[in-house]
Design a protein around this ligand. Structure first.
Ligand code: IFM
Length: 453
């Protein structure tokens, strides 16, 4: 896909992304089971301010109003995730029809507004029952995931065309299993390596199950990727940057696109060998219809005495997460992934920024930093398109302010502000910018807003 006129292809999708635990709330409704994030958030000291996803944005009850906001934006696509414990409250066996009904209603509402659903099956809310039985470090969890994928695809596959098996398996594996900052809060490198392998394996198996249940489905996986720059041209810094690239990017890209773990990560290869069985790598490398890329920042790496070290430029602009604003990193990343791995299509399934937004005396939320961030990063995507990267769409993270994991509600990523005490939605200035930007891409006059409650 090459655009010589420097514009996005006509079928490019403009979207917004969210995830179940971060927005839905209704944690005890309609038979939803416990997830590892319910348990983690209820554990003192794990989440800032003791916050949890129990109510979140109450999307479970307010999804119609939120779809109306999407319609006001004239989104082409909405990326959401399905809460596994709503569908299989005990992790295996009994499928909850009430849980499926919610996503059924959501999908119908989206389609009624001409918004294409992009469904993610796993955005980290593992049923606690599966964690109790060994969690992702155990191979049985990959088998359970296939049961879940089959149940969801059989019910929604007549209307949902785009399926994302996993969101950011690196984060789930390492932040959740090696660093302990995310659920389930484990602190073992071996658990992280095993979890990553089983996440990848379950992706390959589920891709097949989804295609069986929903012929015509387009299946992909979303990886969190960041371009890794050496701090200097020294061979030591170059090697350190390559290692960081291997640990975060190639550990997932290589098995998915090449059917092999990167050989240079010796210690990890030794650990993973204990978990890989015949046929696993072929299953992981099942052909993809698209790759989802989530990107927020780049890495700048130098060689330290104890291994690679991240270098931070104190002068560089940063978001409220302390992440450097560096749009060229997204351009480099997309072009590199396209050239080296040749996915048929790439969707930027998340990109956005947290800032300390406040509602001002005029009742509005002025967030020029977010608008600038989105504008510069969408510009980086456009340059990647012009350089030949097959990019099919861009999803802003996030539609709504939401539960930002261990940060609780302290970090606001939304283009819509959520007043948590009342749950009122207040579109930020960046919302109106995105709406006008989307309209300008289509050359269409700005749509009149649909009334929102
Ligand atoms: O909020 C998260 C999301 O769940 C996964 N990708 C990164 C976002 C911002 O940290």
């Amino acid at each position: 896909m090459r655009t010589d006129n420097g514009s996005f292809p006509p079928d490019f999708l403009w979207g917004a992304a969210t995830a179940s635990y971060q927005i839905e709330g209704a944690a005890h409704e309609d038979g939803r089971g416990e997830s590892v994030w319910d348990r983690f958030a209820a554990t003192p000291g794990k989440v800032r301010n003791g916050d949890s996803g129990e109510i979140a944005c109450d999307f479970y009850h307010r999804y119609r109003d939120d779809v109306a906001l999407m319609r006001e934006l004239r989104l082409d696509a909405f990326r959401f995730s399905i809460a596994w414990p709503r569908i299989l409250p005990e992790g295996r066996g009994r499928v909850s029809q009430a849980g499926l009904d919610f996503y059924d209603r959501l999908v119908d509402e989206l389609l009624a507004h001409a918004i294409e659903p992009f469904a993610t099956l796993f955005h980290w809310d593992t049923p606690q029952a599966l964690e109790d039985a060994g969690g992702w470090p155990a191979r049985a969890t990959a088998e359970a995931f296939v049961e879940y994928a089959e149940a969801v695809a059989s019910r929604l596959g007549d209307r949902v065309r785009h399926w994302i098996t996993h969101n950011e398996p690196w984060v789930c594996a390492w932040i959740g299993h090696a660093w302990g900052h995310h659920a389930p809060g484990r602190t073992s490198e071996a658990d992280a390596v095993a979890a990553a392998h089983h996440l990848l394996l379950s992706h390959g198996w589920a891709a097949e199950a989804i295609r069986r249940a929903a012929p015509g489905a387009r299946v992909g996986i979303t990886l969190n990727l960041a371009h890794s720059y050496p701090a200097t041209k020294s061979p030591e810094d170059e090697a350190a940057a390559w290692r960081v690239d291997g640990e975060g990017n190639r550990w997932f890209l290589d098995p998915i696109f090449r059917g092999a773990y990167p050989a240079d990560l010796l210690e990890r290869n030794e650990i993973v060998a204990g978990f890989v069985r015949d046929g696993d790598l072929a299953a992981i490398a099942a052909p993809l219809d698209f790759l989802g890329v989530n990107n927020y920042f780049r890495f700048v790496v130098s060689a330290g005495a104890d291994g690679p070290q991240m270098v931070r430029d104190p002068e560089a602009e940063q978001t409220d997460m302390g992440w450097e604003v560096y749009p060229d990193g997204l351009h480099r990343l997309l072009v590199r992934v396209a050239e080296e791995y040749a996915p048929p299509v790439i969707y930027v399934t998340e990109n956005g920024a947290a800032f300390g937004d406040v509602r001002t005396h005029d009742g509005r939320v002025h967030d020029p930093e977010r608008t600038a961030y989105l504008e510069s990063h969408i510009g980086a995507v456009l340059r990647a398109v012009a350089d030949g990267a097959p990019i099919g769409g861009y999803f802003v993270w996030s539609l709504l302010d939401n539960f930002e994991w261990a940060h609780g509600y302290a970090k606001r990523f939304g283009i819509v502000y959520v007043d948590y005490p009342t749950l009122e939605r207040v579109p930020k200035d960046s919302f109106y910018w995105y709406r006008d930007f989307i309209a300008s891409r289509r050359g269409a006059p700005r749509p009149s807003p649909i009334a929102t409650a």
